[in-house]
Design a protein around this ligand. Structure first.
Ligand SMILES: Cc1cc2nc3c(=O)[nH]c(=O)nc-3n(C[C@H](O)[C@H](O)[C@H](O)COP(=O)(O)OP(=O)(O)OC[C@H]3O[C@@H](n4cnc5c(N)ncnc54)[C@H](O)[C@@H]3O)c2cc1C
Length: 497
């Protein structure tokens, strides 16, 4: 009799929903987390009088009770909906590119299109047709992927079959000419970590559609509140959790999982493992390459490690309005060129692209009275940071933070005047806290061949499943859903035994 039906490694979004879903179905489940709190990226930390949100800028996939998105159903199923207070955000985002663009898009299809046409009247026709195409494509995509239509044929779903595997840029070029207009429509590429030339149209379209239809949301208490609520639900369903307890080895016998060994040397027998630690550490360090099927190693070898982030967590001694901040989500860039923006993410020369989220705009109680906080982030690959000698790390980090604040001050010139607390985090910080190669926050790079259409959550090693950002898509909604999906698959197998 194994000690546990399932051992879940890692309490990020994917690990938490997998663990809670399994425990809810009555399976004896152990959750191991190397850090001292649940959440992975979905967490917060305290500096001075501020509790800073680490990762969540806008939650997608919630929708409304009468028009629920996939996340609302998932959280309701785990019994945590009434433990979290959600606030709907009225805007998708503002994009500010000095001298080139200043536009705010409301989180509503007609209003967003109207704002785009007002700025780019000559492109009215292309804008309208682009959104018609995007909506028609997403309607087909929902039929094929989410309703699991067993008769999904190219005749029935022509747009899906024609466009799902195309890169976004080619389609954009057909409909939208002005680079500033393309930037205004596609700025969410940063939420997937690839510029439109390398991002699948499916991933970009789905993101825009999902935020427009199910709206962006903020949570009171930030993402840590959700991580705590899911972890509590797991424990209430009868699950066991060990924090400060990393999984070190996964023992495989005759191609099947047999046990997990913790860093304390404890060996826990089980037939199923869900790993939220990503396939590279799981297969190479924990299972050991010598125990992995060679085809799986070849597939792993073909994947590239995705982007991490550089963030300055900023606490201010005033209300957002005192600095002219009236929208929560502000993309501040120095160029319309996403390619250039993406290239700069491989260097320490400063950023062309940033996102500044001021949570207190939509949730005035988020920070202490009379204060507010903003997370100012750009994406960065880890390589240049790994090449910085330790003696120069702090200097490099603070210089990079200064440059990022310079960029943000182009939109909000009084930021420094009110800055009370500032904590920069680099890709090395994310490597340290998450344990992922390159501190990647979206897993591997999800090129068209790496989208959720192709990535398998099930290893060839019997009983091993993957969940989280490395498994098809990064971001909150996909990772939470990937854990729920792993729980369903394993539960079916356990019930058959
Ligand atoms: C600065 C920043 C901004 C972001 N902005 C957004 C946003 O606005 N919208 C959005 O949707 N997404 C955003 N993301 C991305 C999103 O947060 C992540 O893609 C998602 O949370 C990853 O979830 P995951 O399930 O892959 O687990 P992760 O968060 O990667 O957590 C993995 C967990 O596994 C644990 N672990 C690793 N190895 C072991 C081991 N050997 N034993 C035990 N435990 C282990 C780690 O400690 C960690 O807790 C952002 C992320 C960051 C950092």
């Amino acid at each position: 009799m194994p000690d546990y039906d399932v051992v879940v490694i890692g309490a990020g979004n994917g690990g938490l929903t997998a663990a809670a879903g399994l425990a809810k179905r009555g399976h004896k489940t152990l959750l191991l987390e190397r850090h001292n709190v649940p959440g992975g990226c979905a967490t917060s930390f305290i500096r001075g009088r501020f509790e800073f949100e680490v990762a969540l800028h806008q939650l997608s996939g919630m929708g409304f009770p009468e028009f629920p998105g996939p996340l609302r159903g998932l959280l309701t199923d785990l019994g945590v909906m009434d433990k979290i207070e959600f606030i709907q955000q009225p805007n998708l985002y503002r994009v500010f590119i000095p001298g080139k663009l200043d536009i705010n898009l409301k989180a509503e299809r007609a209003a967003a299109i109207e704002a785009l046409i007002e700025k780019f009247p000559a492109e009215k026709d292309g804008i309208t047709k682009f959104f018609d195409l995007l909506y028609a494509f997403c309607t087909e995509l929902v039929g094929v992927l989410f309703m699991n239509d067993p008769e999904a044929t190219p005749e029935k779903y022509p747009l899906f079959f024609k466009l799902a595997l195309k890169n976004a840029q080619g389609i954009l070029d057909e409909y939208l000419k002005d680079p500033a207009l393309q930037a205004a429509v596609t700025i969410y590429w940063s939420y997937a970590g690839l510029p439109p030339s390398r991002l699948s149209f499916m991933d970009l379209a789905m993101m825009i559609w999902a935020y427009l239809e199910f709206k962006p949301w903020h949570m009171k208490g930030g993402s840590q509140a959700m991580s705590n609520a899911i972890c509590d639900a797991f424990i209430n369903f009868g699950g066991d959790a060990r924090f400060n307890c990393a999984a070190k080895k996964i023992r495989v016998e005759n191609g099947k999982i047999s046990s997990v060994i913790t860093e304390d040397g404890d060996e826990i027998s089980t037939k199923f493992v869900v790993s939220n630690a990503g396939p590279i550490p799981t297969l190479i360090d924990m299972v050991g390459a010598e125990n992995c099927p060679s085809d799986e190693l070849k597939t792993l070898n073909a994947r590239t490690v995705g982007l991490s982030a550089f963030t300055v967590y900023m606490g201010f001694d005033c209300d957002p309005a005192d600095m002219g901040i009236d929208k929560a989500t502000n993309f501040i860039c120095s160029t319309t060129d996403a390619e250039l923006g993406h290239r700069k993410m491989k260097s320490l020369d400063g950023a062309e692209f940033s996102l500044m989220t001021c949570y207190d705009v939509d949730d005035p109680d988020f920070s202490p009275p009379g204060a507010c906080q903003a997370s100012l982030v750009t994406l960065q690959y880890a390589q240049p940071w790994m090449a910085v000698p330790p003696s120069k790390y702090y200097d490099t980090k603070y210089r990079f933070a200064e440059k990022l604040i310079d960029l943000a001050e182009k939109a909000f010139p009084d930021l420094r005047k009110h800055l009370e607390e500032a904590e920069p985090a680099t890709p090395l910080t994310h490597m340290r806290y998450l344990g992922h190669p390159g501190g990647s926050i979206y897993g591997s790079e999800h090129f068209t061949r790496e989208t959720s259409l192709f990535v398998n959550s099930k290893s060839a090693i019997q009983g091993l499943f993957f969940t989280g950002a490395w498994n098809g898509s990064g971001g909150f909604q996909p990772t939470l859903q990937s854990g729920a999906s792993a729980a369903r698959q394993i539960s079916r197998l356990l019930k058959k035994q």
